[in-house]
Each structure stands twice: as C-alpha cells, then as structure tokens.
Design a protein around this ligand. Structure first.
Ligand SMILES: N[C@@H](CCC(=O)N[C@@H](CS)C(=O)NCC(=O)O)C(=O)O
Length: 217
C-alpha cells in the first residue's frame, strides 16, 4: 500500500527543500517506496481534517493503511525500520544510527532552527544582533563537535544511515550562512548527501510542487 504524506502547497523556502517533508521524501526514495503527497495550504493546517492527522497542525504527516504518524523523525524511523537501506542489521550499529537520528533532531536542529526563526520573526527587535550572536555561538559549538567526530569519514557511523539523512537535512539549513563552510568536512558531508540519487529525486519532487504553485499550474 502506498503511503501518503503531507507537504506545503507552497513552501516558504522557495523550493530549497528545507521543509520537513523533504526528509520523509528522501527516506522513501532511499528505500524505494512509492508515495502520494497531499498538499496543504498554511490555513488548512489548522482545519479539523489536518488536525486529525497532526495535533500541532504541521507538516509532514504520514498515512499508511490505518496508521497515521506525525513528527518527521518518527516517520523516518518508521520507514527505516520497515524497509532495508537506512538502518544497519547489527543491533548495536542500529542503536548507534538511531542515536544519531536523535542527535540531529534534539541537539543540532534546535539552535539551527531557532536562528532561522529569529531571522524571520525577531529582525526588528533591539536585541536581535545579540540574540543572533548567542544562537550562532551555539551552532558553531555543535558544528565543531560534529566536525571533530566525523573527521575524514564519509558518514557518521559506517554506512549511510537514517542518522546521516536527518543530519544532512538539518545542516542544509545553514547553507549560505557561511557557518557550514567554516567546517569543510561538514560542507563536504552535506554535499555527499545531496549527491545521492535518492536525495535528488526527493528534491526534484518537492521543487516541482513549488514551481507548479508559482506558475499556477
Ligand atoms: N518537529 C516537527 C516539526 C514540524 C514543523 O515545524 N513543520 C513545519 C514545516 S517544516 C510546519 O508545518 N510549519 C507550519 C506551522 O508550524 O504552522 C517535525 O519534525 O515534523
């Protein structure tokens, strides 16, 4: 049965693939799953039909038969657990890959996302510059530690896993900030993730949605 995910009808990122449906699309592509997409406007997110799928009125959601999930990390984990390619078979290696999934979402994503939010919502505040310095310091701290751990390795722990998939989607938010380039091995890590054929298919699919909304097609 084909799963259905939800995504923005018109993503505010302009088709850069930063919305969190991108990581679900990528996981589905890595594991060779076909899927449907139900597009949502911002206003539809808070309508009862969507709130029944997602209590917080956000995208992405995932429906498969009578199973409904929300939270991109939980969805990627679900996909990775049921299909080959995103989690190692060895129990300890699998636990470590899941640890990286949590690390990406719980430790690296918060300051990265808060910085994006501050740029949108707090730019006019008198304390904006100070807040940005604090956020960028905490991002640099995480990037430094991550860069040290990655070293010269291709992926975080052996073969490419759902941990890398989530980490790359989080780090992509820093493109253009200059911060990623300060840690060349992380910039190369992101580029390696983006070069994966499954990433490209997922990226192109979300971009096609944005282009179609922009041209009214
Ligand atoms: N922790 C959630 C965050 C979901 C989230 O913030 N989604 C954004 C799009 S990337 C959204 O729907 N924003 C609209 C809103 O919150 O009203 C996840 O990883 O799925």
């Amino acid at each position: 049965m084909k799963p259905t995910i939800t995504a923005f009808e018109r993503s505010p990122d302009g088709g850069k693939g930063l919305a969190r449906d991108m990581r679900v699309r990528w996981a589905l592509e890595e594991t060779g799953q076909d899927y449907e997409v139900r597009l949502r406007s911002f206003s539809a997110l808070n309508e009862p039909a969507h709130l029944a799928l997602h209590p917080f009125g956000q995208i992405p959601t995932y429906e498969e038969g009578d199973l409904t999930l929300f939270e991109s990390g939980a969805i990627v984990l679900h996909i990775a657990e049921r299909h080959q390619g995103l989690l190692p078979v060895d129990a300890n290696a699998r636990a470590r890959a899941i640890t990286w999934m949590f690390g990406a979402l719980n430790t690296v994503e918060p300051p990265v996302f808060d910085r994006d939010l501050a740029m949108i919502l707090e730019r006019e505040e008198p304390w904006y510059e100070q807040r940005m310095r604090v956020l960028e310091d905490s991002i640099r701290k995480r990037l430094g530690a991550l860069s040290t751990r990655l070293g010269d390795a291709e992926w975080l722990d052996g073969r490419f896993s759902a941990g890398d998939l989530l980490m790359v989607t989080v780090l992509r938010r820093l493109k253009g900030s200059g911060m990623l380039e300060e840690t060349p091995n992380l910039a190369a890590y992101v580029a390696r993730g983006e070069a994966r054929p499954a990433f490209k298919r997922a990226f192109d699919a979300q971009l096609a949605v944005f282009k179609s909304a922009s041209t009214g097609g």
